[in-house]
Design a protein around this ligand. Structure first.
Ligand code: CP
Length: 333
């Protein structure tokens, strides 16, 4: 949903809005660009406390009792939307999942008036996903002082809770982030996951972040961290990597598909397979943010195999979102 209300700063970047309050606590989460190692580590450490073993009761607290969290997803989602809802409920919050197809937006109401309407109903946290850039930052600049905005995926720019759950999953499996070599493989050009994961990995001291893609899906050089390496050869990208993260080809974001390989050729040249994973370190883990296109960017048996931590990423996403909600609601630093 475009930011429709007239304003010169409608395309304001999330990085421009202060995410921390005067006391240094997280108020909004719009990007990982300006979040330092101390803040990220605190969120990961707190997320640890929300993990329980599969089959055990999910962690529950009442720390958000009396708070209301509204999920506003202007773009499709399974994992992020469900995990924000579960996270908020498990912390005792009231949760509103607004069906945007039947909201008054269909009658021409602007997004900002929708936000003001829900804020008047005492919504404390807005969780926003949007296909265009700038909505979360715009809303964050408009809401009341006690209200927080969490970016749940913004165009190809930013997906901060995904970046957090990715570094959390790596830390849980390999014990650290510092010193690791991480290969992010696939449609880097359109990937907010690659952007946020790279930012978190660099902040947490990864030795090398490799962005591996066909030339037609390479990132805009202006968006690439100086600490990341752009590569166009899978073997070079995977060799010795501690972590390999495959990305979905995001056809819905293509404006010009010239030069983008078809699915079969893509799998041949850039598909992540068991065979190719032999080039990575023996202990290397396989990640994917989901949703997966099995047989296109990742071999199905690899996704389900012993190296895969893909379902752990999903599980960890709930814990990370509980930690983020606790932080912005002031129940934990
Ligand atoms: N990884 C991710 O954002 O998945 P969803 O689009 O299903 O939320």
């Amino acid at each position: 949903m475009p930011v429709t209300e007239n304003s010169n700063d409608a395309n304001q970047s999330g990085a421009d809005v202060l995410q921390l309050d005067d006391s240094g606590k997280l108020r909004h989460l719009l990007t990982l660009q300006h979040l330092d190692e101390r803040h990220i580590t605190a969120l990961l450490d707190h997320a640890e406390t929300f993990l329980t073993e599969p089959g055990q009761a999910a962690a529950r607290q009442e720390t958000l009792r009396g708070k209301t969290v509204a999920n506003l997803f202007f773009e499709a989602s399974t994992r992020t939307r469900a995990s924000f809802e579960l996270a908020a409920k498990r912390l005792g919050a009231d949760v509103l999942n607004l069906d945007l197809n039947t909201s008054s937006q269909q009658k021409g109401e602007s997004v900002l008036d929708m936000i003001r309407t829900l804020q008047a109903m005492q919504v404390d946290v807005f969780v926003l996903r949007n296909a265009e850039t700038g909505l979360a930052a715009k809303v964050a600049s408009q809401v009341a002082e006690h209200v927080s905005v969490l970016n749940a995926g913004e165009s190809d720019v930013s997906h901060p809770t995904q970046g957090l759950l990715d570094v959390f999953t790596i830390r849980r499996h390999l014990g650290r982030i510092a010193g690791l070599t991480v290969a992010i493989v696939g449609d880097i050009a359109h990937s907010r996951v690659a952007r946020s994961a790279s930012e978190a990995l660099v902040t947490m001291g990864a030795a090398e972040v490799r962005l591996v893609s066909p030339a037609s899906l390479a990132p805009d050089p202006r968006t690439v961290s100086p600490h990341a390496r752009v590569l166009h050869n899978m073997d070079d990208g995977l060799r010795g990597a501690d972590v390999v993260m495959a990305l979905r080809i995001q056809k819905e974001r293509f404006s010009d598909r010239d030069g983008v390989p078809g699915a079969e050729q893509y799998f041949r040249d850039f598909g992540l397979t068991r065979e190719r994973m032999r080039l990575a370190a023996d202990h290397a883990i396989v990640m994917h943010p989901g949703p997966m296109n099995r047989g296109v960017e990742i071999e199905s048996s690899l996704a389900d195999g012993e190296r895969s931590v893909i379902w752990d990423q999903v599980r960890n996403g709930v814990a990370i979102r509980m930690a983020v909600l606790s932080a912005v609601c002031g129940t934990h630093s």
